[in-house]
Design a protein around this ligand. Sequence first.
Ligand SMILES: [Zn+2]
Length: 163
Amino acid sequence: MAVVILLGLVGLGVWWVIKTMGQAGQQYTQGMVRAREEGTSIKCQLNMRSVWQMLQTSATVDGAYPQSRQELEHLCGNSRLLRCPDPNGAPYVYLPPKRIDDSSVQIVLYEPNAVHNGRCSVLLSNGQLALIRPEELKAALAQPPHTSILGCPVELLPSLGSV
Ligand SMILES: [Zn+2]
């Protein structure tokens, strides 16, 4: 009788250890996923920072910002800078600022896919980087002066994710 109880207790102990290890493993995996996601959002923001530096160089040297994505690609040389490093990330959308002396803050670069914890990276015309929700991005893009982007209505731009 005592043996049966003892075996039962051992069994319970084994079950408990397996259960705990399983939970720890799950937490570890979730932690890894989170770390990887944070890693790509940092890389994404670093990409945008590099693009900003190129834009500043262009503004200083040429007295103007590139006026199209094609010009920006030419300027950057490395097209990997112009897209999100996340596996689900998309190429960035460039909204050329018209003038370098324009003091109004507007979105210069953004990613259409909200892959960073449900947020999109954006670069503002004052050099600030931000991670905003798709609905905030949509609202910001709907405001003048970007009611129309490259002759294409905002609604026709790639999906901004579910709102
Ligand atoms: Zn990104």
